[in-house]
Design a protein around this ligand. Structure first.
Ligand SMILES: *Cc1c(COP(=O)(O)O)cnc(C)c1O
Length: 230
């Protein structure tokens, strides 16, 4: 099932790239495997997937041990400071940084490990009360604060768009996240690179690609519905 689903997702990604005049290799598909057993991750791996996204530190670390070592693990969920130690060095990119205290904790741990941690800033574009993330108008100042952390490199922005019946409603949020990254790039802040836009999930990844996504995070569309009751 995973293999067939991936084929369909791949076709849709290619069609969205074609429609918007983008190159397929400029969009990375992240298979969001949270709650799913490693057998299904292996099927995706055997179909060529090398980017996997998880939203819980413990689950990411467990799967990290079980899966092949050439996977680019992506931490996409809200991160607590007391879990930072476990995930730095395992997740190649942390998509969900939204506070200076969290950035500081990541910086400290990366320093201890002698590495540079790559991160994205999570932005709550639709200003939903239920979501984490910086408010769009806070992001520029935030990038100026974060330069003091020498073991961190900001690679771009991430957003989780609202859950809507018609994905077209989210186009504006994706377009605005892209504008924000362009504005920040113009400021040329040290350690801040705006090459990644992580946006778009199963319901809206095609629209996100049309609006400039360089990473799309697809779970249900690849692995099927999640059953949280299990
Ligand atoms: C679960 C999750 C996804 C994938 O959602 P689907 O709708 O299943 O594609 C993407 N991004 C984040 C941050 C998630 O937590």
């Amino acid at each position: 099932m995973v293999t067939e689903n991936l084929k369909k997702v791949e076709e849709r990604i290619q069609a969205a790239c074609l429609r918007s005049g983008r190159k397929r290799e400029d969009v990375t598909l992240i298979a969001v495997s949270k709650t799913k057993p490693v057998e299904l991750l292996r099927e995706a791996y055997d179909s060529g997937i090398r980017y996997f996204g998880e939203n819980k530190v413990q689950e990411l670390c467990a799967k990290y041990e079980e899966m092949p070592s050439d996977i680019h693990w992506q931490m996409i969920g809200h991160l607590q400071r007391n879990k930072v130690r476990q995930v730095v060095g395992k997740a190649e990119l942390i998509h969900s940084v939204d506070s200076l205290r969290l950035a500081e904790a990541i910086d400290k741990e990366a320093g201890k490990q002698g590495i540079t941690a790559r991160i994205l800033l999570e932005v709550n574009m639709a200003k939903e009360d239920t979501k984490f993330g910086l408010m769009p108008e806070e992001v520029l100042d935030f990038t100026k604060e974060i330069v003091r952390f020498q073991n961190i490199r900001v690679e771009g922005l991430m957003t989780i768009a609202p859950f809507v019946a018609d994905p077209e409603e989210n186009r504006i949020h994706f377009a605005n996240l892209r504008k924000l990254s362009v504005d920040i790039r113009k400021e040329k802040v040290n350690n801040v690179n705006m090459s990644i836009l992580s946006m778009g999930m199963t319901n809206d990844y095609e629209i996100a690609i049309e609006e400039g996504a360089t990473m799309v995070r697809v779970g249900t569309g690849i692995f099927g519905e999640r059953n949280y009751a299990q």
